[in-house]
Ligand binder design. Structure first.
Ligand code: F6R
Length: 603
């Protein structure tokens, strides 16, 4: 995820773009840059690090111009560095672009262009857009953008300026957001409304494959045949604070809603033509006799889910250890162990210590990390990146979901390499995984039942989560999510464990959230549900194989069908929403729960 902005008008574009980038920094902050076009051509200033570094640079060497584009980056292809920062230029310095998205066929395009003698300076997928646009440029920028977009596979929101047409700023999008803002003094493109709200609240929301051509005085829209299209502007009535959250009340809800996109991008990176795929393919699992997973909090819960998937598919022992325990326990790992380290931030102190301990003992380390260039990503032997973009809410949602799909794909790949599953089964499993984003989208269109039920749950002092097998693993995450943001005490149990102690806590009107996506264990979990109901509990039963009928004490929320191994990716969405709406109904500070920090860099 990155943020883009562009301005063309009667005022100096530089402060306008820098201010807009500040409002987009939540979309990425590992580098930023700006390109201004004036009579001398392009002036490009770009720099690794937070936006303040770019501001500092610009203030030392002021630039001026009435048309420009800016970018704040969250690296996906190519490490955060000055050279990989946007804007990118073509070889002849005629076209400058900013891009938010992922170009899936960039390698093929790059090879083609390199054969024609075009040289590349960065490791990004985005640079191919500038080079390709320049190679196609005929003098008509709309034609150029159409040809370029037709050659691109993947997702993009693009801002383009061209020296041959210095009175135009052009934009197009596919699968990534882009708005056009219009004001008295000039016109804007941006990834999101907050970037332009200081200047105007009159915006056009762009649809996929629509082209916007902005001049100082107006904007025109075209389709992919170059035909003009009519669009109506909308007046934004949100406050700036609300606009920064994409219109949602909290970043957590926004991030929950982003999950279909995140799943799609992360899956694509691992089974399409992405860096994750190359790493997964290069791993020789037959070298190892054991897998150990270590992480903290939700990342640990992702590891718990993965244990079931790896063991089921690879028939290999997998141990999951809390990083804070692993580091002090004289762990049994050696050169024959693959240690998988999971961390959104890549900076969690306990997880870093566990990783270093594993390395010290000679293990091969593989990390699953969201933040490119973070300590864990740098120090492990192999790194897979979740393509979740920056996560702002303290409670993780989208990064957790991205971790799960990478772990599934890793498990399927290992099982194939170990000969534990046939090629057909491998393909079928990957198809099941690839179906998750659409299923998640469908679920997010039907959140009413969860929202309404959660509104009735604010008074509970304690809520239990139960499940069996892999449903138990995801119950752990449901319970953690609830307690961290709603401050309601909560525990997760394997359904079969209830009778060994916990059932004594069940009394009149205790709430139990039961998860059921393992059809073969349905009767078992249902008997747990009956046991707690008969002791006075109320049950929220979430699953895709439930045969019971709802009753006074039993609420049922259906999930889409999916292979049980991958069902946690669906059940977790309603568990996240359940926690979110309980906390929202309690009026709590959901994005910053008390006593918690996003990145726990101390022991
Ligand atoms: C829970 C949560 C935490 C983190 C944990 C590890 O919502 O966010 O439990 O999962 O602190 O953090 P990372 O993944 O950054 O290592």
């Amino acid at each position: 995820m990155c943020g883009i902005i562009g301005y063309i008008g009667t005022e100096n574009a530089v402060p306008i773009i820098l201010d807009g980038l500040k409002r987009l920094e939540y979309r990425g902050y590992d580098s930023s840059g700006i390109a201004i076009m004036n009579n001398d051509g392009f002036t490009v200033v770009k720099q690794k690090g937070r936006l303040s570094a770019l501001e500092e640079l610009v203030s030392r060497k002021p630039i001026e111009g009435f048309i420009g584009i800016g970018h704040t980056r969250w690296a996906t292809h190519g490490e955060p560095s000055d050279i990989n920062s946007h804007p990118h230029l073509g070889n002849q310095n005629k076209i400058a672009i900013v891009h938010n998205g992922i170009i899936e066929n960039y390698k093929q395009i790059k090879e083609r262009l390199e054969q024609k003698g075009i040289s590349f300076v960065s490791q990004t997928d985005s640079e191919v857009i500038a080079q390709l646009a320049e190679s196609y440029h005929t003098g008509d920028i709309v034609e150029t953008i159409i040809r370029t977009a037709n050659a691109l596979e993947g997702s993009y929101a693009l801002g383009i300026i061209c020296l041959d047409e210095p009175d135009k700023l052009v934009a197009i999008k596919k699968d990534n957001p882009l708005i056009v803002g219009v004001s008295e003094h000039g016109n804007f493109i941006a990834s999101d409304v907050p970037a332009v709200l200081a200047h105007t609240n009159k915006v056009y929301y762009m649809n996929d494959k629509e082209i916007a051509v902005l001049t100082k005085t107006g904007v025109e829209f075209y389709d992919m045949d170059g035909e003009p299209i009519h669009k109506e502007p909308e007046i934004v009535t949100w406050s700036l604070d609300r606009a920064e959250k994409g219109g949602y009340e909290h970043f957590m809800l926004k991030e929950i809603m982003e999950q279909p996109r995140v799943l799609k991008d992360t899956i694509q990176s691992a089974i399409g033509d992405g860096d994750n795929r190359r790493i997964i393919e290069s791993l020789d699992i037959s070298r190892f006799n054991r897998i150990v997973i270590t992480a903290c909090g939700s990342a640990y819960n992702a590891g718990m889910v993965a244990k079931y998937v790896f063991e089921q598919l690879c028939r290999m022992t997998v141990e999951v250890d809390l990083a804070s325990e692993f580091r002090y326990k004289d762990p049994i790992v050696d050169k024959d162990t693959l240690v998988i380290i999971i961390s959104q931030s890549g900076e969690t102190a306990d997880t870093i210590a566990a990783m270093r301990e594993a390395k010290r003992r000679g293990a091969t380390t593989l990390s699953i990390v969201n933040v490119i260039g973070s300590t864990i990503a740098r120090e492990t032997d192999y790194t897979l990146y979740t393509i979740a973009g920056p996560e702002i809410a303290v409670a993780t949602t989208k990064a957790f979901s991205a971790q799960l799909v990478l772990l599934y794909i890793l498990a399927v790949s290992f099982a194939g390499k170990l000969g534990k599953i046939s090629k057909e089964t491998e393909e079928k499993l990957l198809e099941d995984i690839a179906s998750l984003p659409d299923k998640a989208t469908g679920m997010l269109e039907r959140i009413d039942p969860v929202q309404k039920y959660a509104a009735t749950c604010v008074g509970y002092k304690s809520i239990f989560f139960i499940g069996r097998n892999i449903d138990y693993a995801i119950a752990l995450e449901g319970s953690l999510k609830l307690k961290e943001i709603s401050y309601i005490h909560s525990e997760a149990y394997a359904g079969g464990e209830l009778k060994h102690g916990t059932i004594s806590l069940i009394e009149d009107n205790t709430l139990v959230v039961a998860i059921s996506c393992c059809e073969r264990l349905y009767e078992k979990i249902y008997s747990n549900v009956e046991q707690v109901i008969s002791r006075g509990a109320k049950v929220l039963f979430i699953g895709n194989c439930i045969k019971a009928v709802p009753g006074e004490r039993l609420e049922i929320i259906e999930l889409p069908d999916i292979n049980e191994l991958f069902a946690p990716s669906l059940s977790v969405i309603y568990l996240q929403l359940f926690s979110y709406y309980v906390a929202a109904n309690k009026g709590l500070d959901i994005d910053k729960p008390r006593n918690l920090a996003k990145s726990v860099t101390v022991e």
